[in-house]
Write a protein that binds this ligand. Structure first.
Ligand code: COA
Ligand code: MG
Length: 299
């Protein structure tokens, strides 16, 4: 068994690739791309006149399967649009791993989608993922975090929508993302309070590999579990940046071994190779090792 499964909610979500639900070629390609998760989009990447077609294509693709280890997520339209409720109904029937609710801005928004999923009898088998991408969501971060554990369905991840945040606030999405840093960290804190994953926003300039690497590394430094992607050529870098490297795994093993040693049984703080470590570092280390083993097992 993958050891990561023994640690609650530990799943690789390093690379989460969006694709327009209306793009049959992309839906097919998703079956062989090396990303950890796919978001089959019915919302912003689909033009109004393509909404019905996209819904059909996506649900058919999910029912046909063939996506292997990849988590398959359907992003539906909001309930303030003419498509949202029908999307939810069709998506729950197709049985993806998760449904992604866009523009969640309050506890009420969460309850609404969670209760609809419960009514459709899928709360035990389909996870809910949520987008934080409105100024209201940022201001309601505490309320959102504290609501998540009480919902009648499992919430798997927060996905950050930086393009919508830029549109709604007027802040510019430039290299370094200075204006976004407080909001990104609010999303990280929300996810940690709720004990779920948080996936960074997309990098639009997909031909700029240097800029993409910098922003992906920034996301990892901020504490993200992975990044949402828009193009297959972004997958390898994101997988690499969000995988524990050999040095981190070896260090984690040393810290765990130090706390497991008989002579250190009663100690809360130790030194390993001249550095202070506490039991919380051993706990962090367990996650690093479990994730590395999970990825190794997958090959
Ligand atoms: N998922 C799966 N496959 C994708 C893909 C994606 N997101 N983006 C591109 N591809 C495929 C193309 O189908 C093409 O496949 P092929 O050559 O084997 O036929 C290959 O990758 C190369 O694509 P390319 O020609 O470089 O790009 P494009 O012009 O076809 O598409 C975009 C460019 C931006 C339109 C496309 O990448 C895209 O739609 N991205 C996702 C947008 C999205 O979902 N946004 C919503 C959230 S922000
Ligand atoms: Mg959006």
């Amino acid at each position: 068994m993958c050891k990561a499964k023994a640690i609650k909610n530990l799943k690789p979500r390093r690379s989460v690739l969006y694709m327009p639900g209306s793009n049959a070629r992309a839906l097919e390609k998703g079956r062989s791309l090396p990303c950890d998760a796919l978001i089959l989009d019915l919302e912003d990447a689909v033009a109004p006149e393509q909404k019905q077609t996209a819904r059909q294509l996506v649900c058919q693709a999910v029912q046909e399967g063939g996506y292997g280890y990849r988590e398959v997520v359907i992003r539906i339209n909001g309930f303030d649009t003419e498509w949202g409720l029908d999307d939810l109904e069709a998506a729950t029937k197709a049985k993806p791993h998760a449904i992604l609710m866009p523009k969640v801005s309050s506890a009420n928004d969460l309850w609404k989608v969670a209760e609809l999923m419960e009514k459709q009898g899928v709360s035990g088998e389909i996870d809910l993922w949520i987008m934080m991408e409105t100024p209201k969501a940022i201001l309601a971060a505490k309320e959102i975090a504290e609501t998540i554990p009480h919902l009648p369905c499992n919430v798997g991840a927060i996905v950050i929508g930086t393009n919508d945040l830029a549109k709604e606030t007027g802040a510019k999405l430039v290299e370094g993302r200075q204006a976004f840093l407080p909001w990104l960290m609010s999303c990280v804190a929300t996810a940690r309070v709720a004990k779920i994953d948080v996936i960074d926003g997309v990098y639009n300039d997909f031909s700029n590999s240097e800029g993409f690497l910098k922003e992906t590394e920034q996301g990892a430094l901020l504490g993200m579990n992975g990044k949402t992607l828009i193009h297959p050529k972004q997958i390898a870098v994101s997988n690499d940046v969000f995988s524990p490297n050999q040095e981190e795994v070896e260090w984690a093993k040393k810290v765990i071994a130090a706390f497991n040693a008989e002579e250190n049984k009663g100690k809360g703080a130790l030194q390993v190779e001249g550095k202070m470590v506490e039991r919380l570092h051993a706990e962090q280390g367990e996650k690093v090792v479990a994730m590395a083993e999970c990825l190794l097992e997958r090959g």
